[in-house]
Design a binder for this molecule. Structure first.
Ligand SMILES: [Zn+2]
Length: 292
């Protein structure tokens, strides 16, 4: 299941959710749900989602990239975790299974600098894995990871912080000469627009894809669990700026519900596609089922 691809159409664009593999997280509550919620409240809300606070010990997260073939451009959103562990690094073979070679990709959009989104930027020799692509990233994000980030805001162990910084350096510096940095929302190729979505990281971005009046909003890590559509103010150990996270969620979820856009959420169960419905002052996730 975790290594399957999920092709779908958006207007005239051909899209595919392509798996890079999975990672097993041992602290699902802290990483994916909340670090700022009293235990009793957490227990109650988790129960509404059929989750048991005491027994939920791990979450196997998919690492899906998104491919968009516009007819003129072949665009990849995020590059997975690469060779970070044996269960990741399946992106290139899974692209090849769809008839796509790394050199065919002309644009790579990097939503943010975390290892599960940029770990496949480079190949095993440390060179750009997509040699003919321009890589697109928000300037604040690049500046953050290529300076001396301290990550004191994050409630995670020191060795994980160090890993985040090393993986960022190893996967960002080698793509410098293919890089284009953004400081405002931009139409990257016709029909594909970047959307500022700061909070999870300083220059985190979402992507809006439009073809023939159909829209897909790729949220990346603006939400990490469907609970965040209802509990907008719950943030996790890996969210850099909690207040911005809430503002970004409101904007993107309102956008998705109003425009009736198809939505992709990176860490949700595969394929991570669904719709967002307004429910009072919050929203609700309505996943679409697909067989890969
Ligand atoms: Zn992520």
């Amino acid at each position: 299941m975790s290594n399957k691809n999920f092709p779908f159409r958006l207007g005239t664009f051909k899209c595919i959710v392509v798996s890079d593999g999975t990672h097993t997280y041992l602290h699902p509550i802290q990483i994916f749900v909340s670090v700022n919620t009293p235990r009793e409240r957490l227990k109650q809300v988790l129960r509404e989602h059929n989750l048991d606070l005491e027994r939920w010990e791990q979450y196997i997260s998919p690492y899906p990239s998104l491919v968009i073939n516009t007819g003129q451009h072949l665009v990849l959103v995020d590059t997975g975790a690469g060779g970070l562990e044996p269960t990741t690094g399946k992106l290139i073979p899974n692209l090849q299974a769809e008839g796509i070679k790394p050199e065919d990709i002309d644009t790579v959009i990097l939503t943010h600098g975390h290892p599960d989104h940029i770990g496949g930027n480079t190949n095993s020799e440390g060179r750009p894995a997509f040699p003919n692509a321009r890589y697109i990233m928000w300037k604040d994000e690049w500046d953050f990871w290529t300076s001396e980030p301290k990550l004191t805001e994050l409630d995670i162990p020191k060795h994980i912080k160090e890993l985040l910084i090393i993986v960022a350096r190893n996967n960002l510096l080698p793509i410098q000469h293919q890089l284009e940095l953004l400081d405002h929302e931009t139409e990257i190729v016709p029909g594909i627009q970047t959307v500022a979505a700061p909070g999870h990281t300083p220059g985190h971005m979402a992507v809006a894809i439009t073809s023939d009046n159909e829209q897909l909003l790729c949220l990346s890590d603006a939400v990490l669990h469907q609970i965040h559509l209802k509990q907008l103010e719950w943030y996790t150990a890996v969210d850099f700026a909690p207040k911005q996270v809430v503002t970004t969620r409101r904007r993107l979820l309102d956008w998705a519900a109003t425009e009736k856009a198809l939505v992709h959420a990176f860490h949700f169960p595969l394929p991570g596609l669904g719709y967002v419905a307004q429910k009072g002052k919050a929203w609700q996730w309505e996943p679409i089922e697909m067989t890969g």
